[in-house]
Design a protein around this ligand. Structure first.
Ligand SMILES: Nc1ncnc2c1ncn2[C@@H]1O[C@H](COP(=O)(O)OP(=O)(O)OP(=O)(O)O)[C@@H](O)[C@H]1O
Ligand SMILES: O=C(O)c1ccc[n+]([C@@H]2O[C@H](COP(=O)([O-])O)[C@@H](O)[C@H]2O)c1
Length: 203
């Protein structure tokens, strides 16, 4: 499973999914847009938009499905609940949880994180912890991860200094770092953002 706010989904998300499919030899990859992100302070845009953008962002990747269960479930989205359901649906399967290094470093704040580890193997992509600020190097990420005492496997993906925060800032005109939105998000997502006038105002 690969969960996220996906507000909006960007190139690093797609590359992460592609890398996980190939490197882990997955039979199926569930993309899970978060319902209620209890751990985020900002309010996410409506789920229907995030789902529609995920459909576009991950389009054409084999064995990928956008799974709306966290959106349909009442209450905060806990990964432990989702993994329990997936484990029951795929008895005997090895389940991987795909995430970026920033989330691995926060992992012990997750609700029932021990249960998450019982259900899934964590598959982690390098990502700078200092997201949105200056670019970070692989060696800095290595240093950040060196103290982690949780078992995980590495996804071999080049570092992308990219975040949904940077995409929202670009659309709001707060940042002029990139020439075009297509550099940050797949074309279908850029079109959707423009057609639905998303992210024009700060939330
Ligand atoms: N550039 C990236 N490199 C590696 N992993 C990433 C990257 N961006 C996001 N991820 C991972 O994808 C998952 C979902 O991320 P999310 O949808 O919150 O995007 P985000 O860019 O972190 O958003 P925001 O900037 O709003 O916090 C998380 O596990 C996160 O670590
Ligand atoms: O279960 C939890 O307590 C929990 C706490 C923080 C994050 N998560 C999940 O981790 C995934 C990535 O989170 P984020 O904040 O990077 O979008 C997403 O699926 C979240 O629901 C889950």
């Amino acid at each position: 499973m690969f969960g996220g706010a996906f507000d909006p989904p960007h190139w690093a998300h797609r590359n992460l999914a592609e890398t996980a499919l190939k490197q882990l030899g997955l039979d199926q990859l569930h993309i899970l847009p978060t319902g209620q992100a209890w751990h985020k302070t900002r309010v996410l845009i409506p789920a229907e938009h995030r789902v529609a953008m995920c459909e576009r962002a991950f389009a054409g990747l084999p064995r990928v499905l956008v799974d709306q269960r966290e959106i349909r479930r009442d209450g905060p989205s806990y990964t432990a609940d989702t993994l329990r359901e997936l484990a029951a649906e795929y008895p005997g399967a090895q389940i991987f949880l795909v995430l970026g290094a920033d989330q691995l470093l926060a992992f012990k704040t997750w609700v029932r994180w021990q249960e998450v580890l019982q259900c899934a193997t964590l598959a982690v992509a390098n990502r700078g912890v200092n997201i949105g600020a200056e670019a970070v190097s692989d060696s800095q990420v290595e240093q950040d991860l060196s103290g982690v005492d949780i078992p995980f496997t590495r996804l071999d993906m080049p570092l992308h200094n990219l975040s949904a925060t940077a995409v929202r800032a670009q659309v709001q005109g707060k940042s002029r770092r990139y020439p075009d939105l297509d550099v940050l998000v797949p074309e279908g997502v850029a079109r959707y953002i423009s057609e639905h006038h998303l992210y024009r105002h700060a939330t």
